[in-house]
Design a protein. Structure first.
Length: 275
């Protein structure tokens, strides 16, 4: 078996891995549920490579993500549900349908008009999907305007999409400034919960505060998931600066005082500004 640029080779490899007796014991015991966490993890690793601007890693991680698609399709084909070809056909049909301004005739000549057209087509697709699921006896887990927002999203992404849906029917602030007031209100309620020592109330108020910060991010066009990942990266760099600075002077981070670490944290921030 040799590497290839042809997608059919990857399909052959996965089929070989899933072949009873001669295949890989680990791959053979997997199912949709056991593979699901890896699929999510690979998507995050693609995002990480993009953030780090590492194109070599991006190429590799996209391959890992593609393998997840192949894996799910192979398991589905074994059960007689669908094949990888069906997956490709479904997405190509969807992309052609959602871009009539490219592949057919449409008067959508501006980004705004294209977005409105896209939303209209998606709404039609959702109706068709609901009808198909109803015929198959599938019971929708939720209903209403927010019913289409998947609970499987990361919490920050789910919050963003919930707010976007609500905003479409006017349940939204007109500008970002009042949201700051809401954030301050939520901070006050969090302080009260902390003072009471009620852990459940603290969790509730913390959730409200995070939800409000997601809202202001939406208003200014800052994706909360990506914003937090950026902060995580920044924290990693600054904390590593603390570690290396302590190591350079023979100090042990486990024995360093909070004041000493804070001093180095400030140095790291200053270095970022200068650099």
């Amino acid at each position: 078996m040799e590497p290839s640029r042809d997608i059919s080779r990857l399909l052959e490899i996965m089929a070989a891995l899933r072949t009873p007796v001669t295949g890989c014991p680990w791959d053979l015991e997997q199912n949709f549920e056991t593979i699901k966490p890896y699929t999510i993890e690979e998507a995050y690793e693609v995002a990480d490579a993009i953030e780090r601007k590492d194109m070599g890693d991006l190429c590799e991680e996209l391959g890992d993500l593609l393998l997840q698609v192949i894996f799910h399709a192979q398991m589905a084909e074994e059960k007689g549900l669908f094949s990888f070809g069906d997956v490709v056909e479904a997405i190509t049909r969807k992309m052609i349908r959602r871009h009539p301004h490219v592949f057919a005739v449409s008067d959508a000549g501006t980004p705004g008009a294209v977005k409105a057209q896209w939303d209209e087509i998606k709404t039609q697709e959702k109706r068709e999907r609901a009808e198909r699921r109803a015929k198959a006896g599938y019971v929708e887990p939720s209903s209403g305007l927010l019913g289409s927002v998947q609970r499987s999203f990361p919490a920050l992404t789910e919050a963003l999409k919930i707010q976007e849906k609500a905003a479409k029917v006017g349940f939204d602030w007109k500008e970002a400034a009042p949201i700051i007031d809401k954030i301050e209100e939520e901070i006050g309620e969090l302080r009260e919960a902390l003072a009471e020592g009620n852990s459940q109330a603290v969790a509730d108020e913390l959730g409200d505060l995070i939800f409000a910060t997601v809202n202001i991010g939406r208003h200014v066009g800052a994706d909360p998931e990506m914003a937090l990942r950026g902060t995580n990266t920044k924290f990693r760099k600054r904390f590593r600066y603390i570690e290396t600075s302590l190591e350079a002077t023979g100090e042990d981070i486990g024995g360093a005082s909070l004041e000493r670490m804070e001093e180095l944290w400030v140095e790291a921030k200053g270095s970022e500004r200068r650099g």
